[in-house]
Design a protein around this ligand. Structure first.
Ligand code: SAM
Length: 421
C-alpha cells in the first residue's frame, strides 16, 4: 500500500556536501575506536571546512581525524551540544548516503527477526539509538504504527532521506514524530512534537505483547507511548502470579498488572502518580477481560506518590505475595547518583515491609548512571541491615530489541528475589 505523507519533507534542510574536518585528541580516538559513539567538546582539537567551520549547522557530516591526521570515522556534528560529534561509522572511509542508512536499518531489523516473526508480540523497539548505530534516534513499533523519537537535532538534515527509507524498509503504515525535550526547544524546521509523518496514526493505538492486548499513546504518552523495555520482565511476573496478590508500584499503563492478572493473580493493585496512565491501566485490563483469569482478578488502582502510598498500605496492614517496583530514573545527572541509590534503598525497605512471608520482590532501575553492581549492592545493604535474606530467582538486563553497545547504553536492570522466611 502506498504511504500517504502528512509532513512536507521538502521544507526540511539537507546536509549538503560540505563536510567538516574534526580533529580529536588521541585519547578520544581510543574510545571511539573501541566503539564509543560520543566525542565531547573537550576532545575536539580543531574544526575546519563544512558550511561554516565550527558554526556549521547540526547534522553536518563530520570527518573525524586523530592528532596524527589518521582517519578515525564519520559522525554527525552538533555545535550546540556538549557531545559535539555522534559517531555513525568508524574504520575505513565510507559514504554516508541512503545505502549506508538502509544497511544500518536492515541490520537493526535483522537482530529483531524473531520478534518480527512472532504472532504473539507486535510492540517492540526497532531502533535503539546509539546501540543500533543511530545515535539519538529511537524507533518503536506498536502494531502498524511507528513512533520515531529524536533526542538529537543533528538528525533534521537527514530526515528527508531517512523517513521514506524507514517507511520502505520497515513497512510501517503510520508514523508519528516525537521530539526529546532538548530538540523541541530549538529549530524544528516546521516539525513539532507529536506530528503525524505519514499514514493515519491513531491514539490510542492497539498492539499485542505476548498475546495480551494493550493501548499505546504515540502522540502524548510517556517516552514513545508505552514502556516496551520491560516486556520480558512482565511475562516473568505473569508466570509467577497464579493465585497471588500483586502490588505493582510505578505501574504506569499497567504492563506488569495485566500480565499478573492474565497469569492468574487473585488481586492486583496498580499505583502511579500519573492519573491518566492509571486510566490507561484500567482500560488495558478491560482489553483483556475475555480471559477468565483477567475477568476474575480483583484489580484496584491508586493514584499517588509511591513512597507515601507504600507507607499508607503498611499502616493499613496490607501485604502482598509479589511486589513490583519499577520507578523512573532517579539519577539523570551524575550528582544525583547518591540520592538515587538512597531512593532505591528506601523502595527496597518499603517493598520488603509489604511482602508476605516467602513473597517475591521484583525491583528494577532504569538509571544508566547507576550500574547493575551499584543497584544490587544497594538492595543487599538493605536486607543485611534488616537481617533478612533475599534468594535470587533471576537478575535481568536488556531484552533483544534493546541491544547495548556502549557503557552508557546499559540502563535497565531488575532483580527477582524471594524473601527467605
Ligand atoms: C519506568 S515507568 C514505569 C513503567 C511501568 N512499570 C510499565 O511496565 O509500563 C515509571 C513510572 O513512574 C511514575 N512515577 C514517577 N514518579 C512517581 C512517584 N513519585 N510515585 C508514583 N509514580 C511515579 C511515572 O508516572 C511512570 O509511569
Amino acid at each position: 500500500m502506498a504511504v500517504s505523507w502528512q509532513a512536507d519533507l521538502s521544507d526540511l534542510p539537507t546536509a549538503g556536501d560540505k563536510r567538516l574536518a574534526v580533529r580529536i585528541s588521541n585519547d578520544a580516538r581510543k574510545h571511539v575506536r573501541r566503539g564509543h559513539p560520543w566525542v565531547f567538546d573537550g576532545a575536539v582539537t580543531s574544526v575546519t571546512g563544512g558550511p561554516a567551520g565550527e558554526q556549521s549547522p547540526p547534522g553536518t557530516i563530520a570527518v573525524v581525524f586523530d592528532e596524527s591526521r589518521d582517519f578515525v570515522g564519520l559522525g554527525l556534528w552538533d555545535a550546540n551540544s556538549p557531545i559535539r560529534v555522534t559517531m555513525l561509522h568508524r574504520g575505513k572511509p565510507a559514504t554516508i548516503n541512503e545505502d549506508f542508512f538502509r544497511e544500518r536499518l536492515e541490520q537493526a531489523l535483522d537482530i529483531r527477526r524473531n520478534l518480527a516473526a512472532s504472532s504473539h508480540t507486535d510492540g517492540y523497539r526497532l531502533i535503539n539509538g546509539e546501540n543500533d548505530q543511530f545515535p539519538g534516534l529511537v524507533l518503536d513499533k506498536y502494531g502498524q504504527t511507528g513512533v520515531l523519537k529524536l533526542y538529537r537535532a543533528a538528525w533534521f538534515p537527514h530526515l528527508a532521506m531517512l523517513l521514506p527509507l524507514i517507511a520502505d524498509v520497515t513497512g510501517l503504515r503510520h508514523m508519528v514524530l516525537r521530539l526529546g525535550r532538548n530538540v523541541a526547544d530549538g529549530e524544528c524546521f516546521g516539525l513539532h512534537n507529536g506530528q503525524t509523518i505519514y499514514g493515519e496514526p491513531e491514539e490510542p493505538t492497539l498492539f499485542r505483547e505476548h498475546d495480551l492486548r494493550f493501548e499505546a499513546h504515540p502522540f502524548s504518552g510517556q517516552k514513545t507511548g508505552h514502556f516496551l523495555d520491560q516486556r520480558d520482565n512482565r511475562v516473568r511476573v505473569g508466570t509467577m502470579s497464579a493465585g497471588k496478590s500483586v502490588l505493582d508500584m510505578f505501574a504506569c499503563t499497567g504492563g506488569f498488572s495485566v500480565h499478573a492478572a492474565a497469569g492468574g493473580a487473585r488481586s492486583v493493585t496498580s499505583v502511579d502518580l500519573n492519573a491518566s496512565a492509571m486510566g490507561t491501566a484500567i482500560r488495558n485490563m478491560e482489553l483483556n477481560k475475555e480471559r477468565r483469569a483477567v475477568a476474575q482478578c480483583d484489580h484496584k488502582t491508586i493514584v499517588g506518590d509511591a513512597f507515601e502510598v507504600m507507607v499508607d498500605l503498611q499502616r493499613q496492614k496490607r501485604s502482598y505475595d509479589i511486589v513490583v517496583i519499577d520507578p523512573p530514573s532517579f539519577a539523570q545527572r551524575q550528582e544525583n547518583v547518591k540520592a538515587g541509590l538512597k531512593a532505591y534503598k528506601r523502595l527496597t525497605e518499603l517493598g520488603l515491609d509489604l511482602l508476605n512471608r516467602g513473597g517475591v520482590l521484583v525491583q528494577a532501575s532504569c538509571s544508566s548512571r547507576i550500574t547493575a553492581e551499584m543497584f544490587h549492592e544497594a538492595i543487599d545493604q538493605v536486607t543485611w541491615a534488616r537481617r533478612q535474606r533475599l534468594i535470587d530467582i533471576v537478575r535481568t538486563e536488556h531484552a533483544v530489541d534493546h541491544p547495548v553497545n556502549f557503557a552508557e547504553g546499559a540502563y535497565l536492570k531488575a532483580r527477582f528475589a524471594r524473601i527467605d522466611g
